[in-house]
Design a protein. Structure first.
Length: 255
């Protein structure tokens, strides 16, 4: 097994700690949490601070994540031409549907959310950019598994379809049947399979080679997304129109 660099592991531990839980932490709290002496921890923090990855509040002396991490994160997301092309269209999708809009790509056997537009109301919402969603239960994941051979292999080779809610499809044969339906109609849905009482609709985005490069979708409460047990056709149409628009901007042409 290849040797790792201990100082980098420790620095990563500091960053992960600051990324979760309380927004700001003191030296003693950080040292205790990662199991290092204060002097060692202080050295790590000083180096991270010099590089812009950590900032220290002048009043309290506590540490928090620095702006350089945000710049690097946005740089990573912006390498996706997909995200850049989809910004305006996903804004329009959220506005026209009245629901949250998401853009996802295949990443490490899951769906990485690379763009998220809040539902256009005054409700409290949490930005989910960078979050991972399962391939087997979400509308975004099903679309990728249906249209992207790599995503399909990832989900099928995993061999496990864990039950997230009582409605999650856990049988591989039934899941494959659902993918066939997704391919035939051009969109996927998730009705309480990932979050109870929450529904999603998603459609594939194609590039100039007409290859799937991601998926776009909306998510909202089941009672808003459907009526009489059926998803509102206007919402399905809005998602598909958004996917087509982004695909055209990526050079996929008319379809």
């Amino acid at each position: 097994m290849a040797r790792t660099i201990q100082s980098l592991e420790r620095a990563a531990a500091v960053l992960r700690l600051l990324a979760g839980g309380e927004r700001r932490l003191g030296l003693s709290d950080i040292a205790s949490a990662i199991g290092l002496a204060k002097a060692t921890t202080h050295g790590l923090l000083r180096t991270l601070q010099q590089e812009g990855f950590v900032e220290q509040d002048t009043a309290s002396g506590k540490y928090q994540l620095g702006a350089e991490l945000l710049r690097l994160g946005n740089s990573y997301l912006d390498v996706h031409e997909l995200r850049a092309r989809a910004l305006v269209w996903t804004d329009d999708l959220a506005r026209s549907s009245g629901e949250s809009a998401y853009l996802g790509v295949l990443h490490q056997q899951g769906v990485l959310i690379v763009h998220h537009v809040f539902r256009p109301d005054d409700s409290r919402q949490v930005l989910e950019v960078g979050a991972m969603q399962p391939l087997h239960s979400t509308a975004l994941g099903k679309v990728l598994a249906a249209f992207d051979p790599v995503a399909h292999n990832e989900v099928m080779e995993a061999g496990e379809f864990p039950a997230i809610t009582e409605l999650t499809v856990t049988d591989p044969a039934e899941f494959e049947k659902g993918l066939e339906e997704t391919r035939s109609r051009g969109w996927a849905s998730d009705l309480g399979e990932t979050w109870e009482g929450v529904a999603s609709i998603a459609a594939p985005i194609l590039d100039r080679r007409r290859m799937p490069v991601g998926a776009v979708g909306i998510t909202g409460a089941v009672e808003r997304m459907q009526a009489g047990g059926t998803l509102h056709p206007r919402l399905v149409a809005a998602v598909r129109d958004c996917a087509r628009s982004v695909s055209r901007d990526l050079g996929a042409g008319r379809f």
